[in-house]
Design a protein around this ligand. Structure first.
Ligand SMILES: *[C@@H]1O[C@H](CO)[C@@H](O)[C@H](O)[C@H]1NC(C)=O
Ligand SMILES: *[C@@H]1O[C@H](CO)[C@@H](O)[C@H](O)[C@H]1NC(C)=O
Ligand SMILES: *[C@@H]1O[C@H](CO)[C@@H](O)[C@H](O)[C@H]1NC(C)=O
Ligand SMILES: *[C@@H]1O[C@H](CO)[C@@H](O)[C@H](O)[C@H]1NC(C)=O
Ligand SMILES: *[C@@H]1O[C@H](CO)[C@@H](O)[C@H](O)[C@H]1NC(C)=O
Ligand SMILES: *[C@@H]1O[C@H](CO)[C@@H](O)[C@H](O)[C@H]1NC(C)=O
Ligand SMILES: [Zn+2]
Length: 933
């Protein structure tokens, strides 16, 4: 329990205050787009020629090559990299690339060892070392490849001289595998012809899989890139093409084009990109800036890149103003790839996307698809400054990079789509999701120490755990003042940002009660967040660390004793601008519009008054808070702080609610009840209750749109989908008839899909759930035929709605065949199947039976193990399931869980909590649904 503070009824005096004029408190959250990265596989690839085989070291050692971090003895300056990806397999059936690379580095501290990252590359020539100063270079004594730590270690007979520069030249060959990491290949069919694209995903630690390099974000350098490629293809990289340097030559009896790119700015290795494809593009020039969108020819010809092109310029201009720093590069390319593991990657000047994150079809894509595209574009463009121009020193500060981008993406998207009120959705889309994870004892502080994040799989885990919150206090124009300018082309740690914020605060008129560092450290160095309890009877306000299971103790005690500075300010009833509170005659509501990262609890009387307001005059509570009251209540109930029935009662007013946010919040929270109870006797009464509530909404949209039109508002369009989805899933016959008719019409005439784009996901799922083999096979056929990625995704998710176990089992098997389900989609397909109550046990059996195979096959980066584990176990709520989970962990300890280690821990914790919750609540919940009052 934290310290207490008192308010009198009308005048609040709040001690846990941060309210300073020029400073806005902004919650920025980072939800990384599943950027699961390559895992640390032992490298079986053996070097050739003069290079000796690795010496396996079993004992821990202090040798530099057994450390995960590079020594600070050498500092790279420029690289000259030439790569030649072969888009046809060689005689042995292998796709490969050849490379030459030289790196010029300065010796900072004398040493007789050159350690440089190199992973899965076979040297085809003895590397050579040249001195650029007057003294000759030392002779190379031996070269050892360390596969575990992914180094090439070059031992020298004498020492390199501090202050001198040297050039290391290597020639090598690597595999252009379909493993979605490093330099890899993506395949697709166009008019029945198989096409291959060579592309890259370097973040976090895979640049070393493309060429030997000092592969840490702070080892910035200038890169001269050259690509050899078939004259019929286009080569892209971070820099602009140097046209005078595109020449046709013959090498190894092959006629190729050699494209050389302008040298890059000083940058990190993880932001490099090289792509060879026969893609098409569209372009636009804004001032002198060239903006291009690349994709498969077919997609470009169908106009699928137009939307992205139309918003990019607006967003770039917005960020130029926002940062007050011009876009740092002469061009901005964005490219949609058929195989791409993450959602997108912010490579400097050449951003890569999965197709659904960039391509939009007016007829076929939904408004949700559109929102995803505009927010991801804004996110990646935001990184071009914050992340790329100024870069974190090490991955432990990734939260700063991602948290910031995940917040400003809303600002950028809002600029491009000003009518959507998209900033309101931060609460639903991000805050609630992060709250959910951050309330577990196995959560972790935002900031870890550099030493705690070392190995590639630990770095992956940082990306995989989407639990970063970033409480950034920004003055409206803090960035332009000093931070970006001071650190451009350089690296920072998070305290550098606080320092610059402090300067901005110091120069502003009003000053917060504490230093920026003092306020922020509490959010950054301790995990979790508080629940603020307001007792309107006694006037007392207290804060406590909010844990979903109060009996679990946080793994790491906090030096701050789990106390936070919570941005609560108070206002008198008559005050003009109630920022954080609403006082009405008799009720109090805090955290207006959820501008603070905390939950709020009240005394029972105030809860009753709030319930009453919701029922009688809900308009006096802002929409965002109507959603928040529900979410707070459900979570407080889950933590045992309030009665579960009180939480359920916050949904009673939905019968007359038509706004999206409260509905979505309620459905998200009821989803937990479905997960816990859809295999129990609670299911029936719960369906009846939800069905009754949604009837009004369904009728509302029937009247408004007759299911032929779109409601005008962006979020109303979302709620139209909710109305249809929930009405159908609770068995509303008007709904099921509608859906059945549409789907039948489509099956009769597959060339004309009569279903509105926004409604497709819901309609497909509902029709396939009600149908059998015929419907499923039709969906599969349409899936294979679809040329728009978002349409494919909708069908892929809907096929998991089937009710027949054998259809689901067959579908599970398809996920292991990349000709049927792309590797990038395997995880999410399995998770979709597990979300279906029929598919859940099948998916769990499947994953257990195939774990070794899945781990070996996909361990190289294409699976998000953390998402997979969380996805298949989220329904677990019995002792038996807990035992199975523990058994699974123990049985596979020798294989490992890669980036899913934390997820296993969290799943066990969650299952334990679920068992307890179900035991304590099932009776009450059943009774309440039977008689909801
Ligand atoms: C880069 O390497 C290529 C091939 O080795 C060479 O022709 C070119 O001159 C080099 N460029 C620079 C800038 O060093
Ligand atoms: C690298 O060498 C290993 C061992 O000789 C071989 O198995 C592998 O195929 C080689 N890789 C390439 C891309 O040539
Ligand atoms: C290279 O060859 C291709 C195909 O023969 C041709 O279209 C292209 O114009 C040539 N480029 C140059 C720079 O000669
Ligand atoms: C980068 O920042 C560090 C620490 O702030 C500073 O010492 C260094 O000189 C900077 N480097 C460049 C190239 O600006
Ligand atoms: C709360 O958010 C809504 C919707 O964005 C906005 O219209 C309203 O002015 C906000 N209220 C306060 C007190 O900031
Ligand atoms: C179905 O629609 C009809 C006519 O529009 C209406 O009278 C009936 O109440 C609706 N049934 C349900 C279950 O909503
Ligand atoms: Zn990002």
């Amino acid at each position: 329990m934290g310290k207490g503070f008192f308010i009198r009824k009308t005048v609040g005096i709040v001690g846990i205050v941060l309210a300073a004029g020029a400073i806005a408190t902004i919650i920025a959250l980072s939800v990384v787009y599943s950027q699961e990265k390559s895992k640390n596989n032992e490298n079986e690839v053996k070097p050739t020629g003069a290079v000796t085989t690795p010496v396996p070291t079993t004992e821990p050692s202090n040798e530099p090559w057994d450390q995960w971090r590079l020594p600070q003895t050498l500092s790279p300056q420029t690289y000259n990299v030439t790569l030649w990806p072969r888009l046809q397999p060689d005689a042995t059936g292998l796709y490969i690339f050849r490379g030459l690379s030289s790196v010029v580095f300065r010796c900072v501290e004398k040493t007789n060892l050159i350690l440089i990252h190199s992973n899965k590359l076979n040297m085809t020539l003895q590397p050579t070392l040249t001195a650029l100063g007057s003294k000759p270079a030392p002779i190379i004594e031996s070269i050892v490849m360390h596969t575990k730590t992914q180094y090439m270690a070059i031992h020298l007979k004498e020492e390199l001289t501090a202050g001198e520069s040297y050039e290391l030249y290597t020639e090598f060959v690597g595999e252009l595998a379909d493993d979605l990491g490093g330099f890899y290949r993506s395949e697709y069919y166009e008019n029945g012809v198989k096409k291959v694209v060579a592309t890259t995903q370097m973040q976090a630690t895979d640049a070393r899989k493309a060429f030997p390099c000092f592969d840490e974000p702070a080892m910035k350098a200038v890169f001269h890139i050259t690509l050899y490629h078939d004259p019929a293809t286009v080569a892209l990289s971070n820099g602009v093409k140097q046209f005078e340097q595109i020449v046709n030559i013959t090498v190894d009896d092959t006629f190729v084009t050699r494209t050389t790119f302008a040298p890059t700015e000083v940058m990190s290795t993880y932001l490099l990109a090289f792509i060879v494809s026969d893609f098409g593009f569209i372009e636009q020039n804004i001032d002198k800036l060239q903006i291009r969108i690349f994709a498969r020819q077919e997609a470009i010809n169908a106009g699928q890149g137009e939307y992205a092109l139309s918003v990019t310029g607006t967003i770039l201009k917005f960020f130029e103003d926002y940062y007050n720093v011009p876009y740092p590069l002469p061009k901005s390319d964005q490219i949609a790839l058929p195989d791409f593991n993450a959602g997108a990657m912010e490579n400097w000047g050449l951003i890569t996307y999965r197709e659904t994150a960039l391509l939009y079809d007016e007829e076929i894509s939904s408004n949700g698809n559109k929102e995803r595209i505009v927010t991801i574009i804004a996110h990646e463009l935001a990184h071009q400054w914050f992340g790329n121009l100024v870069t974190i020193r090490w991955w432990n500060d990734l939260w700063l990079n991602e948290g910031f981008a995940s917040y400003v993406e809303y600002l950028g998207a809002d600029k491009a789509e000003p009518t959507w009120n998209i900033k309101d959705l931060i609460v639903l889309n991000d805050v609630h999701r992060v709250f959910a994870i951050d309330a577990l004892a196995s959560s972790h502080p935002l900031s870890s120490k550099e030493e705690e994040i070392q190995r590639p799989e630990q770095i992956s885990e940082v990306f995989d755990t989407i639990s970063y919150k970033c409480f950034c206090i920004f003055t409206t124009n803090f960035l332009q003042q000093t931070y970006l300018d001071h650190f451009k082309f350089n690296n920072t740690v998070y305290t550098d940002l606080w320092e610059h914020l402090q300067r901005a605060v110091d120069s502003s008129s009003s000053t917060p009660p504490r230093s920026v560092q003092d306020i922020m450290d509490r959010w950054v160095l301790q995990m979790g967040f508080p629940v603020v309890t307001i007792n309107t009877e006694t006037g007392q306000i207290t804060q406590e660390h909010f844990l979903l299971d109060p009996e679990t103790k946080p793994d790491r005690p906090s030096e701050f004793n789990y106390e936070w500075f919570v941005p609560i300010s108070w206002t008198k009833k008559e005050a003009a601008q109630p920022l954080y509170w609403l006082f009405d005659d008799n009720w109090v509501l805090a955290n207006i519009n959820v501008t603070g990262y905390y939950r709020v609890n009240y005394d029972n009387e105030n809860w009753e008054r709030l319930l009453n307001v919701l029922q009688t005059s809900r308009q006096s509570i802002p929409v965002i808070n109507r959603a928040q009251i529900i979410d707070d209540a459900f979570n407080l109930a889950k933590a045992g702080i309030i009665e579960t029935t009180l939480a359920l009662r916050t949904t009673l007013f939905l019968a007359s609610e038509t706004e999206y946010m409260p509905w979505e919040s309620a459905l998200d929270n009821l989803d937990y009840f479905y997960l816990m109870f859809d295999r129990t006797e609670v299911y029936g009464p719960m369906q009846t209750y939800v069905g009754n509530k949604v009837e009004g909404l369904f009728d509302y949209f029937t009247r408004l749109t007759n299911w032929e039109n779109l409601p005008p508002g962006h979020t109303d369009q979302y709620n139209q989908v909710n109305a249809l989805r929930v009405a159908c899933s609770t068995g509303n016959e008007n709904c099921t008839t509608l859906v059945k008719t549409w789907f039948e019409q489509w099956m009769e005439n597959p060339n004309v899909n009569p279903i509105k784009a926004n409604l497709r996901s819901a309609v497909y799922c509902s029709a396939i759930a009600a149908g059998g083999e015929k419907e499923w096979n039709f969906a599969w056929e349409m899936f294979e035929k679809a040329t728009v990625a978002s349409e494919k995704d909708k069908l892929r998710a809907a096929m998991a709605c089937a009710s027949e176990p054998w259809l689901l089992n067959r579908y599970l098997k398809y996920t292991l065949d990349s000709n049927k389900i792309r590797k990038q989609d395997a995880t999410s397909t399995i998770i979709s199947i597990a979300s279906n109550v029929v598919g859940q046990p099948l998916a769990w059996d499947f994953v257990r039976a195939n774990w070794e195979y899945i781990f070996k096959q996909y361990g190289g980066g294409s699976f998000s193990f953390s998402n997979l584990i969380n996805g298949i176990t989220k329904r677990f709520s019995t002792e038996f399931e807990l035992q199975q989970l523990i058994q699974f962990r123990d049985d596979n300890a020798h294989i490992g869980f890669g980036s899913g280690n934390l997820a296993i821990q969290q799943s066990i914790e969650r299952t334990t909590a679920n068992i307890k919750w179900v035991k304590n609540n099932q009776e009450t919940v059943l009774e309440w649904f039977i008689n909801p009052l």
